[in-house]
Design a protein around this ligand. Structure first.
Ligand code: AMP
Length: 397
């Protein structure tokens, strides 16, 4: 696996695919710069070697049209502030203007190209467009994990024009390492915690990780499909009746593979889907009509705690309660605290996929776990066992 460490960029132009798909506020200023900060080490390495950095990214979904509100010029100042170097901007990402800006670019300088998705060829993975992009650098560096699951021109197709001169940036290499630490080389016992709303959105992950983990904790809205499938009474809790058979199949498969499944035994049940609802603690399989389980109960949390503190590798995807409402966030917070404790005791913990990161950030856990993934969809697809095209394109010789 070639990373940026394998190259010296002296007198070289690095064409870096970054993920600067950041949210802008109404004044068109960067509202959250996490993704820009995440790309900083890679850019700095190129500059410190004595090279120049050509940054390319998409932002939003302009669908092949020039949309001034989605111009990357709005983020130029923030990028400059974060990396501590002036950033030049060119109002195109291919063609004469872009090539002229590249020709004028000196060692030690940074150039940001215009939004790639102003061209529909980008998302179409157009080869001629990728070839035009390839003229803008000597080495292709992919550091955009957030789009690594897309076979777009700048994330995947462009790599073929750099047969010898392509590599992963620090961020993408870190993401690949973190996934491997859970899925391939993780120290046992390995525990996966899957929460969130629905079985249907997590089923491919469950099927893939049953071969890899020792414990599977199931929480959140998924719980009730498993409980009802086994004959429990779940009241008005979220439940996918058409997935009950699948739930039973998963339980059987887990048993045959020696995976221990942990499902909540008690819940905080509410008489309404609202923060001010009346609540009571109920056994998970004795929820009467008019009540719905919205968070894990105390006995459940004790069980989960024991499993987590006994684990050496932990993967966390999805909240175990409706964490957006304060009244039902306690289970998710407790879970984060157990993972924090396990991590302090030496476990490796990875959080990622879909909206998991939102919960982690809301409660300030991002510095307490070993690694928080920067890619929602890309992480989900990795956990499903798929090879991401953006990663494969760098690995192919
Ligand atoms: P996901 O995107 O699948 O990870 O789902 C995240 C969502 O699951 C969050 O918005 C939570 O509010 C929701 N969720 C977690 N537990 C429950 C529950 N018991 N009932 C309904 N929704 C839940």
């Amino acid at each position: 696996m070639k990373t940026i460490e394998d190259f010296n960029f002296e007198n070289k132009k690095a064409l870096i695919r970054v993920d600067f798909n950041v949210p802008l506020n109404e004044a068109l200023e960067v509202a959250d710069s996490t993704r820009i900060e995440a790309a900083k080490p890679t850019i700095i390495k190129v500059l410190e070697d004595g090279g120049s950095a050509v940054l390319m990214s998409h932002m939003g979904r302009p669908k092949g049209q020039r949309n001034p509100e989605m111009s990357l010029k709005h983020i130029c100042d923030t990028v400059a502030e974060i990396i501590g170097v002036q950033v030049k901007f060119v109002e195109d990402c291919v063609g004469d203007n872009a090539e002229k800006a590249i020709a004028e670019l000196q060692d030690g300088e940074v150039l940001l190209l215009e939004n790639l998705r102003f061209y529909s060829e980008e998302t179409e993975g157009d080869v001629a467009f990728a070839e035009q992009l390839s003229k803008l650098g000597d080495v292709f560096v992919n550091d955009a994990f957030g789009t690594a699951h897309r076979a777009h021109a700048s994330t995947t197709v462009v790599a073929q024009f750099f047969p010898e001169h392509k590599c992963f940036g620090y961020l993408l290499a870190k993401e690949i390492d973190a996934i491997a630490k859970v899925m391939k080389t993780g120290e046992k016992p390995i525990t996966a915690i899957l929460g969130g709303a629905k079985v249907s959105s997590k089923i491919t992950i469950i099927e893939n990780i049953l071969d890899k983990v020792d414990h599977l904790i199931i929480g959140g809205g998924m719980t009730y499909t498993f409980v009802k499938a086994q004959g429990g009474q779940v009241g008005d809790s979220i439940c996918e009746d058409d997935k009950m058979e699948l739930a039973l199949k998963i339980l059987k498969e887990a048993k045959s593979k020696g995976v221990q499944i942990h499902i909540p035994v008690d819940v905080i049940a509410a008489d309404d889907f609202s923060n001010d609802a009346g609540t009571q603690i109920l056994d998970v399989d004795k929820i009467a009509a008019g009540w719905q389980g919205l968070d894990a109960g105390p006995k459940t949390l004790e069980n989960f705690k024991e499993v987590i503190l006994g684990s050496k590798t932990i993967l966390w995807n999805g909240p175990i309660g409706v964490f957006e409402m304060e009244s039902f966030a306690k289970g998710t917070i407790a879970l984060g605290n157990y993972i924090d404790e396990a991590t302090k005791n030496g476990a490796f913990s990875l959080v990622g996929g879909g909206d998991s990161v939102a919960a982690v950030k809301q409660f300030g856990f991002q510095d307490k776990v070993s690694y928080v993934s920067t890619g929602g969809g890309a992480m989900l697809e990795s956990l499903e066992g798929k090879t991401l095209p953006g990663i494969a394109a760098i690995l192919q010789g």
